[in-house]
Design a binder for this molecule. Structure first.
Ligand code: 5GP
Length: 318
C-alpha cells in the first residue's frame, strides 16, 4: 500500500514548529510549516500524526505533522485554558471553520470557456487599492472590468445608467441591502453606495475578469466556488523608522508625501491586523513601492492567473 502515494493536498492555516511542540513523538521527524504552505499528505494512516512533504521543498523525505483532528483538539484545549483565565470567548467568523487547521486544496486552471476568476484586492492603510484597480483596468478595458456599484445619489448629466453606477431609489437600495444583495455598502455624504453580487456576475458573463477592492470582511461572502476569488493583499512598503530615511530616497516618503511616525505606526498596525485575521485567505501579497511598479506587478499577476494553475479549496471544484 505504501506504493500508492496519497494525492491529498492541504493548505496549512496555522503556524507549526515541531521544536515548540511538546506532544510530538519525535521533534527531529517533525515538518515545520507556515500558514499558506501547501502540504502533500503522504500518509493519514495514523489518526494523530500525518506524514507530509512541503510542496516546492527540495527535501524529499516526509515529516510528521499533527492530524487535523489532533490539531483541532489542541486548539480546543488551549482555548479552554485561555477562557479559564480571561473568560473571553473566541468567536469564529461566519462561514469559517471553528478552528483554522488545514484546508484541502487542489490544482485548478481556468479553461478558456470558463468564466474568469474574481480578483479581490484587499489593502492595508495607505495601499490605495481603488486607484490601483482603476489604473490596471484602464490599460486593458476589454479584459478587465469593475463591478458597477449602486448609488442613491442623483445622476450627473455626463453619467449613464449602468456605466458609472446603477442609480436607484433609497427604498430599492435598502431592500437590496436587507436581502443581502450587496457584498458591501456604505454611506458617503448622505448617499448610499454599494456593490452587488449581481454586478460581479454581469462582468463575468461578458467573459471579463472582474476586479473588486473590498474591506477584508467581504471575503467571507466572496469565497465560493462560483467566484473562485484570487485574493491579493496590497501592502505599502513601510520604512523601518523615520530616522533612517530621507524624503528623497524613501519610496514611502515619495508615495505618501510627508508622513509622521505616528502615521507610519498606524500603517504597520493595519497591515499586521489584516495579516493576522485574513492572512490565511490571501493568495498573494503585493508589496507596493509606488503606484507604477505596483500596477505592473498586478498586471503580471492577472496575466498568470489566466495561464497557470493555482491551488484552490477542493470544495470549490466538487
Ligand atoms: P461619487 O458620488 O463622487 O461618484 O462617489 C463618492 C464616493 O462614494 C467615492 O469616493 C467612494 O468613497 C464612495 N463609493 C463609490 N462607490 C462605492 C461602493 O461601491 N461602495 C462604497 N462603500 N462606497 C462607494
Amino acid at each position: 500500500d505504501k506504493l500508492k502515494e496519497s494525492k491529498v493536498y492541504m493548505r496549512a492555516l496555522f503556524d507549526y514548529n515541531p521544536l515548540d511542540d511538546k506532544a510530538t513523538p519525535c521533534q527531529e521527524a517533525g515538518l515545520p510549516f507556515k500558514p499558506g504552505d501547501i502540504l502533500q499528505v503522504v500518509s493519514q494512516d495514523d489518526g494523530t500524526w500525518w506524514q507530509a512533504k512541503k510542496v516546492g521543498d527540495s527535501n524529499l523525505r516526509a515529516g510528521l505533522i499533527p492530524s487535523k483532528q489532533f490539531q483541532e483538539r489542541s486548539f480546543r484545549l488551549s482555548r479552554k485554558d485561555r477562557q479559564g483565565s480571561s473568560g473571553e470567548a473566541n468567536a469564529s467568523e461566519p462561514g469559517e471553520p471553528e478552528f483554522l487547521t488545514y484546508e484541502e486544496v487542489t490544482r485548478y486552471q481556468q479553461r478558456p470557456n470558463e468564466r474568469p476568476r474574481l480578483v479581490v484586492l484587499i489593502g492595508s492603510l495607505g495601499a490605495r487599492i481603488n486607484e490601483l484597480k482603476q489604473k490596471v483596468i484602464a490599460e486593458n478595458p476589454h479584459r478587465y472590468a469593475v463591478a458597477v456599484p449602486h448609488t442613491t445619489r442623483p445622476k450627473k448629466s455626463h453619467e449613464k445608467e449602468g456605466v458609472e453606477y446603477h442609480f436607484v431609489t433609497k427604498q430599492a437600495f435598502d431592500a437590496d441591502a436587507q436581502n443581502n444583495k450587496f457584498i458591501e455598502y456604505g454611506e458617503y455624504k448622505e448617499n448610499q453606495y454599494g456593490t452587488s453580487i449581481e454586478a460581479i456576475r454581469s462582468v463575468q458573463a461578458k467573459n471579463k475578469m472582474c476586479l473588486v477592492d473590498v474591506q477584508p470582511e467581504a471575503l467571507h461572502t466572496l469565497r465560493t466556488g462560483e467566484f473562485k476569488p484570487y485574493v491579493v493583499f496590497v501592502k505599502p512598503r513601510i520604512p523601518e523608522s523615520r530616522r533612517r530615511r530621507s524624503a528623497a530616497t524613501s519610496p514611502a516618503g515619495g508615495e505618501h508625501g510627508r508622513i509622521t511616525e505616528e502615521e507610519l505606526q498606524e500603517m504597520r498596525q493595519s497591515a499586521q491586523q489584516i495579516e493576522q485575521q485574513y492572512g490565511h485567505l490571501v493568495d498573494r501579497v503585493l508589496i507596493k513601492e509606488d503606484s507604477a511598479s505596483a500596477c505592473a506587478e498586478l498586471r503580471g499577476i492577472l496575466e498568470r492567473l489566466e495561464r497557470e494553475a493555482f491551488w484552490v479549496p477542493i470544495s470549490w471544484i466538487r
